[in-house]
Design a protein around this ligand. Structure first.
Ligand code: 5RP
Length: 229
């Protein structure tokens, strides 16, 4: 079974956490895309009555295209659930996110949600975070200084993300620095706090103590993993 089929299975299965009347955070990426398509289908065909808060401009466009009514986060009194993808999750359900450069809005939305459901294929499950380069959103102002500070702090290569030779610019007008730490982030809570102290850092893609449930699809089927207490 190919990875795309696994993403689709996980994305659709996670929709069982959504009921009429809910305000739902809509994540960003190629797995949660299938959640958005399925929620749109339920809105159109089954009268599912929800409002969505998108975590990126790309997700807003996709959700609108598929008929999910959208609202601003400021206009609701918190969210019932957010469904989002991840780049890695560890046994404590700490996450690395930001592969799609949407980590700032994703974290704001996740922090505003009663429950965070992550959709993933089995390749995202790791023992120790960090093999996936850690995305860090930084200001364009003095980005070189911030990258040097992060290099010193983390003791690894830190590179400004580019696509086809151009800096990636986030929906918020910032840059993404990727920290190539390797699978060494044994204490992600401490790393998250330390990175946030660097002045040019807007947000870091470590999501610690936020995820409650992982809906994971592997060739053996779809499993709903609940955060160990
Ligand atoms: C975007 C993200 C994505 O959720 C993460 O990169 C996973 O994406 P995909 O489902 O495409 O693998 O954090 O900023």
């Amino acid at each position: 079974m190919n990875v795309e089929a696994l993403k689709e299975q996980a994305g659709i299965e996670a929709c069982r956490f959504v009921e009429s009347g809910m305000a739902v955070g809509l994540g960003t990426g190629s797995t949660v895309k299938y959640t958005i398509l399925e929620l749109g289908r339920r809105v159109r065909e089954e009268g599912l009555n929800i409002v969505g808060v998108p975590t990126s401009l790309a997700t807003a466009a996709l959700a609108e295209e598929h008929g999910i009514p959208l609202v601003a986060l400021d206009d609701v009194d918190g969210l019932d659930v957010v469904i989002d993808g991840t780049d890695e999750f560890d046994p404590a359900f700490h996450l690395i996110k930001g592969g799609g450069a949407a980590l700032l809005r994703e974290k704001i939305v996740a922090q505003s949600s009663k429950r965070m459901v992550v959709v993933a294929d089995g390749t995202k499950e790791v023992k120790t975070l960090g093999a996936f380069p850690l995305p860090i959103e930084i200001t364009p102002f003095a980005s070189g200084t911030t990258v040097r500070a992060l290099t010193d702090l983390l003791g690894c290569d830190v590179t400004v993300r580019q696509i086809e030779g151009q800096d990636v610019v986030t929906d918020n007008g910032n840059l993404i620095a990727d920290a190539h730490a390797g699978a060494t982030l044994n204490d992600p809570v401490a790393v998250e706090q330390a990175v946030l102290l660097v002045a040019g850092v807007v947000q870091v893609g470590l999501f610690t103590n936020m995820c409650d449930v992982v809906v994971m699809a592997s060739p053996n089927g779809v499993t709903t993993l609940v955060k160990p207490s």
